[in-house]
Design a protein around this ligand. Sequence first.
Ligand code: PLP
Length: 286
Amino acid sequence: MIIYLDGRFVPEEEAKVSVFDHGLLYGDGVFEGIRAYNGRVFRLDEHIARLYDSAKAIDLAVPITREEMAEAIKETLRKNNLKDAYIRPIVTRGVGDLGLDPRKCEKPTVIVIAVTWGAMYGDLYEKGLRAVCVSVRRTPPESMPPNVKSLNYLNNILAKIEANYRGVDEAIFFDTKGYIAEGSGDNIFVVKDGAIVTPPTLNNLRGITRAVVLEIAESMGITLLERNLGYFDLYTADEVFVTGTAAEVGPIREIDGRVIGNGKPGPVTRQLMAAFKTVTQKEGSP
Ligand code: PLP
């Protein structure tokens, strides 16, 4: 595997960063998760914009231009001969001392990893996922903004651990006010009486797949609502699904033991899954 590291393409064994890198010591950095379909990077501009926005929000100056980043991403894909891939650009604060102060870190570290990728949930796209609402809360917007895709994913990992212990596929996060935020690595939607409802993006990551699904739903003439949701909305939904770069559109069939709809992926979710597949096959920059 060939990795992009600070301007060079190196074999995996040589792709090493310092133990003094603040990405490791403090989770001080940002990242993206991007898909390529048929060798074409999906929604690259949007991912690059979000990466640079995440960096700006934590006062981290990415040491390469957006164009150079786009090229590094595409070249990593090419050098590994990948067609269907998951790509992970990372920018850390770089090497400093053991103190927190980012001023000690002179140069951010830039990494791009690309691996081969298929459907994350396998046969669960047909069966539907089981989920639980977890006790750990999504970082409140008044603290680290959830729109920063930072290297601090510990809350998400705690959510996943809770889901694992409860024997289900996905965790649903709430915020500290009791509103639904998102899944452990994806955004959440409910379908009720033919309308699609999803929380506004203040308490969750502004997902790029979320935006694609909203575009698709709009083009299909489906009613869209962005409003805060609670437990009741989840349990009584006709359909629930999650969206994410890795998960794509994932139907949820059960939440906290309550069967959603008839316990199978519903008609609106299925339509969106099919339409999303069509979009991903057609789009992308070479
Ligand atoms: N929410 C979280 C916490 C995520 O990590 C992700 C994945 O990037 C998403 C939502 C979905 O965002 P996207 O569709 O841009 O991948």
